[in-house]
Ligand binder design. Sequence first.
Ligand code: ACM
Length: 636
Amino acid sequence: MNKALSIFIGVLMSTTAFAQSDPNLGIIPAPVSITRANGNFVLDKTTILINQSIDGAKINDLLNAFIVTKAGFALREAKVAQPNQKSILLTSSGADKLPAEGYTIKVTPNQVVITGSGAGLFYAVQSVMQMMPAKVADKIPIPAVTINDYPRFSYRGTMLDVSRHFFPISFIKKYIDQLAYYKINTFHWHLTDDQGWRLEIKKYPKLTTVGAVRNGSIIGHYPGTGNYLTEVKGFYTQDEAKEIVKYAAERYITVIPEIELPGHASAAIAAYPALSAFPDRDTFVNEKTAWAGSRKGKQVQQTWGVFDDIFVPSENTFTVLNDILDEVIAIFPSKYIHIGGDEAPKTYWKESPFCQALMKEKGLKDEHELQSYFIQRIEKHVNGKGRSIIGWDEILEGGLAPNATVMSWRGEDGGIAAAQQNHDVIMTPGSMGLYIDHQQSDSPDEPVTIGGLAPYQKIYAYDPIPKVLTADQRKYIKGVQANMWTEYIKTTNKVENHAFPRLMALSEIAWSPVDRKDLKNFAEDRLPVHLARLDKMGVNFWVPTPIGQSEKVLNGGDFTIDLKVPVTGGKIYYSLDSSRPSENAFLYTSPIKVTVPKGEKRALRTIVIAPSGKRSVTTETILNNGAPEVKAEAKK
Ligand code: ACM
């Protein structure tokens, strides 16, 4: 290469996919270890692809499809390299000695050796794709490096609620593609709830003809200002669900179906009222919202929350639920079947003569024990089919079913208690940022959400292993999950807005060792590149506010505000006159110098606009030089 070209490549490389100084080479989640060496492997048209792995041609296709989009050419596949021929080698030799899902990548000037099998090789290729900078004159310079990598947790999950709002199969696939890219290996599909039953069950067709249709939804935040009398409906056929299972499995993602019981069951009860503890009671008997539609009979719920109606623990109910679970088990090959178990009010069971007689007969001292009886009956059936149940932490109440795994959502206490009882645990505490239906900032620009504040930094700060557990008990913490409930999420765009960048933070706490966590590197070096990629791919995301901007009041007279753009290729615009910034405001190009006269204050307001035009919320910093009012000004 002549000197001019090498300088040219050097200049361009500094603006390519990731900063060469980034110790993690742009990879999310951060690998266990990265050791840089001198030099680069320069991928070009002469590079060949050799696959000696046990994983067949699919992995070649994955890598080559990426190289085509990146470089504009595909690598020629060959069995061996000629002397001095540059190659990318995929191999499973030695992979049996790697940790589960682990891989290694070794880049030298002449060869890239990618070692792994199954999920490990797949993840290695995700990492290679992430560390490849943009091409320069038809060449891609990959830094010489050795990477050893494997996950901290075997369960790295995310839950999507499709009951409150329904999202089509095409979107579920698009979402799964992103999960795979971030090495998330579990998709928990919340298929049933009070507001809609979303899976075809052949033996009980009314579950979808009746249970998948809601005649309206509240307007605005609960309790709402009225009712959109717009039908919300939709369900997945069994063939579609199988298609998702297959699609996910090809990306090393397990789909765990959730069938809610004994509460959150209004949609099933609307379809089959005999499943209720009070079949003749109208659904809206206890409903406090004024706008509800028809008040007669059983209805699929049109508002959000927790409802008294609940499955009756009768033999008929167990027969129906077992039949349903048999069909579910035939569709989903996952070890776990999620049976819900959360927020099941005991009011109807207390009032029901049948339930009280059953408790007496079975020697159950309260309704919590009746719930435990209910869950244990279900567990026995599911275990009989070779599967295990997983449930929300309320399944601890009244006694945990013998083989159950607990999903700890009401803080960490349920997970701690379960681990202390030697039960497996998935940590997903809402209080620690894992509820990604919560708001991402305090700005009034945020869309309506259920409430709560869970910026991605909060997820990033979370360690799923509670310190109070002993070394032995810690082994029961199998992983971590983020949950997206969709009461207030009606569109696929909004699902994506809530998901990203929070799922990237989840991926890092689920995969990377604690001592590899580095929020500054994550937020400032890697996220901007990853968000720009989503932007280009047509995946929506929450545009972060400018890096370095304080939301607290800054005191002084002379200020220099140094900001960084949080999305590569994006722009920051700002105002100093209290107007709401847009692309008509000042473009940020270098640190902003502001002098505030004594006794006065100024409001610096910013907005970030990504290359596609997506916008951040407005962020305000008050610059105060001794003015009496120091409270943040009312935002417009
Ligand atoms: C839950 O959020 N009700 C599990």
